[in-house]
Design a protein around this ligand. Structure first.
Ligand SMILES: Nc1ncnc2c1ncn2[C@@H]1O[C@H](COP(=O)(O)OP(=O)(O)OP(=O)(O)O)[C@@H](O)[C@H]1O
Ligand SMILES: [Mg+2]
Length: 563
């Protein structure tokens, strides 16, 4: 490995079998509540609890009333508006209109791309708006509004208006609890929830106990979405405005090459492990009508809420590997992805959707006709306060054991399920042997490390080891600035994507432990260089084809425009 001086050490994953893949977007998983009042309250209780002097015992494993964890929100009688309907029906648009006209507010989205889009839109409309994600804080003078990824939602501030986009994600196995936390915890006079109608009964049920006033507003699709009766057939039928969808990174590059070899089109690519800033620039190039990058090859990373100039979605497959097995796409997945075509306000009067192969058409057609299954439960996860208090009553050694025991003993009501925290347990298993406080361990467990990526997990281990040893982690100890290069092969590209993840991890830690991770600027600039080099590779892909001389000059033009 050229630039990361990581020690080759296989990460041991004690007792953790498999992991369901996290959905796209900000991968930081849990947000410590840092709720001092809760701590203080527990502090009193725990003293009484341990001295056993007749005070009622507090059961820290009782998570049956999560709405009581958010005293600020409970002080308000919130007006909750549920904007529901199919994709491209103006749900987010109407919620944002309200946000724009409020005196203070927050937008919480599932993807950085969406948070970026909203911050840009509000600032353009002269409503100063900060952008806050797990890895970046872009603060604007005088801003009373924020656009954040949902994990960063602040449940201690007061707002006039808050928006939670794609609220049906509260049923997501890995990130659902962050949506639940925002739903129950944001202290806003008005709370606007946008998403699928499948979430309505559950939300109404969850909010019965909060005293909020809930209203449902239903929307219809603004432009027709037409499922085609014929498959794409040949790649010669690809045309400007097409987006071909695949769920494997390797397949995405194969498709890009195939389409560009035809000599008529250039493809932007968007997939999950590309740096978010690269994804944004690739999407921007595709959206730009004057750009030669007129076809998009993408994974389901484009699947939520984004406004792209797509006229036709073509599913290259209707199956996806979900971390465990290959399975058919679910009804909501098909609808979300298909819904990216024919967006209102784009240059196309309607959207079309089809498949590469005729055999996939029946599943496409039936999925688009079906209603998404009604959500039954919302995700939930205990904040550090609960884990900490529980740990004080146990003689357990490491965070892994504490977490595992806690989850085994914890009680939930029927409306909730525990977030899948296998990824967290994987991290706990690796760092438990280090001399770190429980809180530090918990923080490392929250970090956006990808434990399925060897370089990323080694980066985390080394950061945690150096932090435990010296309390100071210099980036240069594991990374040589200046050594990054444009990748020449697909494996070099993959490695660069992993290095980007390690740098992102450093930036994430530097936001939370700034004195111990002081090289924030260096990590951020190297991160930006990584994504530029990745983009350079994406553009050079077309050069390698001898028939693409014309494309060569087009790309050079594009590069000048976007760099
Ligand atoms: N009344 C309107 N006037 C002008 N533009 C609108 C209006 N309603 C929606 N749009 C535009 O139509 C596009 C789709 O709207 P929006 O993103 O709100 O849809 P959505 O229902 O949230 O879709 P999704 O479920 O995919 O998130 C956006 O570009 C939005 O700005
Ligand atoms: Mg939307």
């Amino acid at each position: 490995m050229a630039s990361l001086l990581l020690r080759q050490r296989r990460v041991s994953v004690l007792g953790v079998s498999r992991i369901l893949q996290a959905v796209n977007g900000d991968s930081s998983r849990l947000q410590p509540e840092s709720n001092c009042r809760t701590f203080a309250r527990f502090g009193v209780i725990i003293r009484n609890y341990s001295s056993g002097k007749g005070t009622a015992k507090f059961d820290f494993t009782d998570l049956t009333r999560p709405h009581t964890w958010y005293p600020n929100a409970r002080k308000k009688h919130r007006k909750v508006f549920l904007h529901v309907g199919p994709t491209n029906s103006g749900k987010t648009y109407h919620a944002l209109k309200r946000l724009e006209s409020s005196s203070s507010g927050v937008y919480c989205g599932p993807l950085r791309l969406l948070a970026w889009e909203v911050a840009k839109r509000l600032n353009k409309a002269r409503v100063p708006c900060d952008l806050i994600t797990g890895q970046e804080k872009d603060e604007v003078d005088g801003a009373k509004h924020k656009a954040v990824t949902v994990e960063m939602a602040d449940v201690t501030s007061d707002y006039e208006c808050a928006v939670i986009d794609e609220i049906q994600m509260l049923g997501c196995k890995t990130r659902g609890f962050s949506f639940t936390r925002a739903l129950l915890g944001i202290a806003a006079d008005e709370l606007h929830l946008c998403g699928d109608a499948a979430a309505v009964p559950l939300i109404q049920e969850l909010l019965k106990v909060t005293g909020d006033d809930v209203q449902v507003r239903s929307y219809e699709r603004l432009l027709p979405l037409v499922p085609l009766e014929v498959p794409l057939g040949s790649f010669s039928n690809i045309r400007t405005g097409d987006c071909i969808v695949s769920f494997s990174r390797k397949e995405i590059y194969k498709l890009k090459k195939k389409i560009e070899t035809g000599g008529k089109h250039l493809c932007s690519v968007v997939y999950g492990s590309l740096p978010p800033e690269t994804r944004t620039r690739q999407a921007t190039m595709f959206n730009d009508a004057s750009s030669e990058f007129d076809v998009l090859v993408a994974s389901d990373a484009i699947g939520m809420g984004l406004n792209l100039n797509i006229s036709r979605i073509i599913f290259s497959t209707m199956k996806k590997f979900d971390g465990l097995e290959m399975r058919d796409l679910t009804v909501p997945e098909v609808k979300q992805i298909a819904g990216r075509s024919g967006r209102y306000g784009s240059k196309y009067p309607m959207g079309e959707v089809t498949c590469l192969d005729a055999e996939d058409l029946p599943l496409l057609h039936s999925s688009l006709k079906s209603a998404s299954p009604t959500l039954q439960q919302a995700g939930v996860f205990p904040s550090f306060d609960f884990i900490y208090m529980y740990s004080r009553l146990q003689q357990k050694r490491g965070l892994y054991q504490i977490l595992e025991d806690f989850l085994e003993n914890a009680k939930l009501s029927d409306n909730y399920f525990f977030a899948n925290c296998e990824e967290m347990l994987k991290v706990a298993a690796v760092i438990d042997e280090l001399p770190l406080s429980l809180q530090d361990k918990y923080l490392f467990c929250l970090s956006p490390v990808d434990m399925n990526d060897e370089i990323s997990s080694q980066g985390l281990t080394q950061f945690a080891e150096n932090y435990a040893k010296k309390g100071l982690v210099r980036l240069k100890e594991i990374f040589s600035p200046g050594s990054l290069q444009v990748p020449k092969t697909h494996s070099a590209l993959k490695e660069l994507e992993s290095i980007h993840k390690v740098l992102e991890l450093y930036v994430w830690l530097s936001f939370r432990l700034d004195e111990s991770f002081p090289d924030h600027e260096l990590a951020s600039s190297q991160k930006a260089i990584c994504s530029m080099l990745i983009e350079e590779f994406l553009e050079r892909l077309g050069f390698q084809n001898p028939t693409s001389r014309k494309l060569n000059s087009l790309m050079a033009k594009k590069r000048r425009q976007y760099l």
